[in-house]
Write a protein that binds this ligand. Sequence first.
Ligand code: NAP
Length: 248
Amino acid sequence: MTKAVLITGGSRGIGRATARLLGARGWSVGVNYARNLAAAQDTAAEVERAGGHAVTIAGDVASEADVVAMFDTLKQTFGRLDALVNNAGIVAPSSQLADMDLARLKRMFDVNVLGAYLCAREAARRMSTARGGAGGVIVNVSSAASRLGSPNEYVDYAGSKGAVDTMTLGLAKELGPQGVRVNAVRPGLIDTEIHASGGKPERAAQLGASTPLGRPGTADEVAESIVWLLSDAASYVTGALLDVAGGR
Ligand code: NAP
């Protein structure tokens, strides 16, 4: 029986690259998406071409009912849950905090914080050996923004990722004795569509040039670190915040 993983925001960017790489390792992948069914279907096809199995699963991570249903669908489809990649996340257009309205702030924290916590909670309920589960792994996708603060761009986003880091540290200690490892990756400037969604499609290319490695990273490079943390090669790693940021 192959292992099964739920990847939130698996339809595009880092989530898609992670799905594809896990497919090549023979995993069964639940490809969650919020709106873009066509992209999720493309990802699922890539997983299957790579040698894995895939199912597309619609759902907003900020909705408790959606999150529970997402995990139920994965279990019904593949019969098991071995891992969560807590990846779905959003940015909003660059702005100073003084100019951010309540609706923006609420949505940022609903998706990036509440969504990450709800998905981690659901995974914990189902994977913890203290609750009848078989153990497992959670990888949270945070951001280098959590330690940089993102002034004049996204202090809301940066703070949301700070919460993801802190959740990672606490949950690793809580779930370590229950057979579940919990880690985070903190990508830097990665070439995906998230920058366009924040109004700056060229952001990764422009700012990436000023990093010590002199370029933006790729989604595949982040996926490699996530897949390593999911694997038994990382069997003694928990509570780690792994920077994948080109030295930024
Ligand atoms: P992306 O290309 O914009 O893809 C975002 C993904 O998240 C899509 O699959 C999208 O689904 C999904 N999504 C958005 N809101 C959702 C919601 N409410 N519920 C469920 N799924 C939702 O982003 P990315 O660059 O791959 O980012 C992935 C993660 O890496 C995020 O947490 C981001 O903060 C983090 N990160 C990215 C960078 C970077 O430079 N790219 C740097 C640091 C951290 P649809 O396709 O349906 O819209």
